[in-house]
Unconditional design. Structure first.
Length: 534
């Protein structure tokens, strides 16, 4: 059993070393082989004591728990419960998929069961992005955020294509090793392995390089400024005067501004105090920004804010609205991006991919009557927030520029972000806080994942963080500029504009939909075979 445990630890270690911000992503192509080998040995061990299925679950759970904790432990700084819950849930679900694979070995044979494993895994990753407890941070395809040149074909497949690639290479190598005694005596089988590696490893890499080379970046551009004010979210940010904070941001921006700037981005909840929608024109912070923009009349200013809306009646209230008993009215709170220019219009976008336990209560209709309104405070807008159905974009008042106001957590969801591009965005403006993670891998991973959104949509990314990493990423996922942790300043960059439609934009996570159908077929087949034993 010790040998099996060490094999499970090897899988965990390889996945940890492969994960961003480290740049050893190719290790993921062999990371699952040790665990698959341990399961094989358990299956063939006639003297094994105990329940083999339970042993497979334990080994897999240990491997995946170590991996998840090592790569996302930083959540603990903000919410210990969230850190524990996310790691336990992911590890349990992943271990159960390995148990399904093991049961399939017994029912439909080792080789056919191997084919089912990618279907189960991809179906899980597809599902986990679309339910109340969404946590796609550890989806396998994200590993190539540390090696964007290797996955330029994400413009066709999204990150689920990366997951499929990882499992395919692991399975091909494992299947060959499973019969290694025969291979040692057969040159023909060695040649077969070389051909498979050529096809499944080198061909995707060559294809990626070819696709990347086809995108030149010629065309229109926007002159963009990102501001990183570097305000501590635990002490200063939510306990300081809003007007003073806005003036600080504008002063930082002034260091790189002139009349040619088209867009300025300031971070998520940069105006934290709570602005009432419907009377934004009367807010002192908005007045300060408008006066400043008179010096730069050709620019649009995008800034994060905490806002709220009061409903005139219960009939108008949304499903996320709260009731104020003292004032006897319904109201919604939002994590918002505001678009301000020298016109009289202020455009508003509400963050709609909300962080579970922070910005929304999962299964609210069931849980709220039992435990009330609960949300953890992670240094941003908290509580069960309102959201909107559409991914609105912010058009420039005079130029053919349309900015996607991607707010923080939204940038982790590939299929979700394509809606901005489909609605006309020709570059992505990501605004985020990231300070609540402290100086850990969390903000580094968050920045790296934006590289994948750039590739999937062939859109450049401008990123304004409160602190963490602010910077620019081109449409190939290459980093152009950055401001690092605990740095204060502003960056300016010519950002390429694109209105092209990628295959992934048009078809989304089609691999996930196919995997879900295949997973159902495999599960039904497995159920029948286990019920009708020979």
């Amino acid at each position: 059993m010790l040998r099996h445990f060490l094999l499970a630890l090897a899988t965990a270690a390889l996945l940890i070393m492969a994960w961003p911000p480290r740049v050893s992503a190719p290790l993921s192509l062999v990371a699952f082989i040790p665990l698959l080998w341990a399961i094989r040995e358990i299956d063939y061990d006639k003297d094994f004591k105990g329940k083999k299925g339970w042993a497979v679950f334990r080994l897999s759970f240990v491997a995946f728990l170590i991996w998840n904790v090592a790569c996302s432990w930083w959540i603990y700084y903000a919410a210990a419960v969230g850190a524990v819950a996310s790691s336990l849930f992911n590890a349990t679900a992943m271990a159960l998929m390995m148990v399904l694979y093991y049961r399939g070995r017994k029912a439909i044979g080792p080789q056919r069961s191997l084919i089912s494993l990618p279907a189960y895994w991809i179906a899980f990753e597809y599902f986990i992005q679309r339910w109340n407890l969404s946590w796609p941070w550890m989806n396998l395809g994200n590993v190539f955020a540390g090696a964007p040149d290797a996955v330029q074909w994400y413009e066709y497949t999204g990150t689920l294509g990366g997951t499929l690639w990882i499992w395919t290479v692991n399975i091909v190598l494992y299947a060959w090793l499973s019969d290694y005694k025969h291979h040692l005596r057969s040159l023909r089988l060695w040649m077969r392995l070389a051909a498979r590696l050529l096809f499944f490893v080198l061909v995707p890499l060559a294809l990626s390089l070819q696709i990347g080379a086809q995108h030149t970046g010629f065309g229109e551009s926007a002159d963009v400024v990102v501001v990183q004010p570097n305000v501590d979210p635990y002490t200063e940010k939510f306990n300081s005067d809003d007007v003073a904070q806005v003036k600080r941001i504008l002063a930082i921006a002034d260091s790189v501004m002139d009349q040619d700037v088209d867009v300025i981005l300031a971070p998520e909840t940069a105006i934290p105090g709570g602005l009432m929608e419907g009377r934004l024109d009367h807010e002192p912070t908005i007045a300060v920004i408008r006066r400043w923009l008179q010096n730069y009349p050709n620019a649009q200013f995008i800034i994060g804010a905490s806002t709220y809306r009061i409903y005139d009646s219960a009939q108008e209230a949304s499903e996320t609205a709260r009731y104020n008993e003292r004032g006897q009215y319904y109201w919604d709170s939002y994590n918002t991006a505001l678009n301000i220019d020298t016109s009289e219009n202020i455009r508003v976008y509400h963050k709609s991919q909300l962080v579970v336990g922070v910005e929304q209560m999962p299964f609210r209709s069931t849980l709220e009557p039992l435990i009330g309104e609960i949300a953890l405070d992670l240094g941003g807008t908290t509580g069960t927030l309102g959201k909107q159905p559409n991914r609105d974009v912010f058009p420039h008042p005079t130029k053919e520029i349309s900015v996607a106001p991607v707010i923080c957590w939204e940038s982790v969801f590939g299929d979700y972000v394509t809606d901005y591009a489909n609605n006309g965005a020709n570059f992505f403006g990501v605004i985020t806080n990231d300070g609540w993670w402290k100086d850990t891998d969390g903000y580094k991973q968050h920045f790296a994942y934006a590289k994948l959104r750039a590739i999937e949509n062939r859109r450049s990314v401008a990123r304004a963080a409160n602190t963490g990493i602010s910077g620019f990423i081109d449409f190939k996922g290459n980093e152009l500029q950055r401001l690092g942790w605990d740095e204060t300043g502003a960056l300016r960059q010519k950002v390429h504009l694109s209105s092209a439609k990628t295959f992934y934009q048009q078809h989304g996570d089609f691999i996930g939909r196919i995997a879900q159908a295949l997973a159902v077929v495999f599960l039904l087949y497995l159920f029948v075979r286990l019920r009708v034993k020979p």
